[in-house]
Ligand binder design. Structure first.
Ligand code: ADP
Length: 161
């Protein structure tokens, strides 16, 4: 049984994340989307809001679970009996940080491997922070995030449509 964790902040989940989730759910027997609870960041959405939005967006994939976790990613992976981590690569700018994190994880947990999926071209520019910024100015973000997320963001920013 090949189980993988796809970790991230997902504030909020975008079509770029969903693309990585869909593709990795076909590679692994089970995929756990792991929402990192990071107390040093001030997120737009609470962990439970993010969890609910992701659950709705992945409901059509029956081998994908959604959980949140504190602390070290490799400890969470071991606790879930997952031997793989999945990360998405958008551009060269992602690479250095991802390489450093992957090598660090490999040193502290040699039994866990990280698999990178390069983003689909049509989502290569897309990030949660860009979506938040556009939404804060009232721009239409329906091309970037699932419909349930568009609705939630509109509520957050009280954008009239
Ligand atoms: P983090 O804060 O850990 O970067 P994110 O929620 O931003 O978490 O992203 C989680 C993962 O998804 C990361 O591996 C990131 O590179 C990847 N990712 C984010 N946006 C996209 C996208 N548009 N296409 C492919 N991968 C993406």
């Amino acid at each position: 049984m090949k189980r993988a964790i796809y970790p991230g902040t997902f504030d909020p989940i975008t079509y770029g994340h969903l693309d990585i989730i869909e593709r990795s759910s076909r590679i692994f027997d089970e995929l756990i989307v792991g929402i990192l609870v990071n107390n040093s960041k001030q997120p737009l959405f609470s962990v439970s809001e993010r969890e609910e939005m992701i659950k709705e967006a992945v409901a059509h994939m029956n081998n994908v679970k959604v959980m949140s976790f504190h602390g070290l990613l490799v400890d969470f992976a071991r606790a879930q009996d997952a031997s793989f981590l999945v990360r998405g690569l958008r551009a060269v700018t992602d690479f250095e940080y991802e390489l450093q994190m992957t090598q660090t994880n490999k040193v502290i947990a040699s039994d866990i491997d990280t698999i990178f999926l390069t983003t689909s071209l049509k989502y290569s520019y897309l990030s949660s922070s860009m979506v938040r910024e556009l939404a804060s100015f009232g721009a239409d973000i329906s091309r970037f995030v699932p419909e349930n997320v568009t609705r939630k963001i509109k509520d957050k920013y009280k954008v009239e449509n």
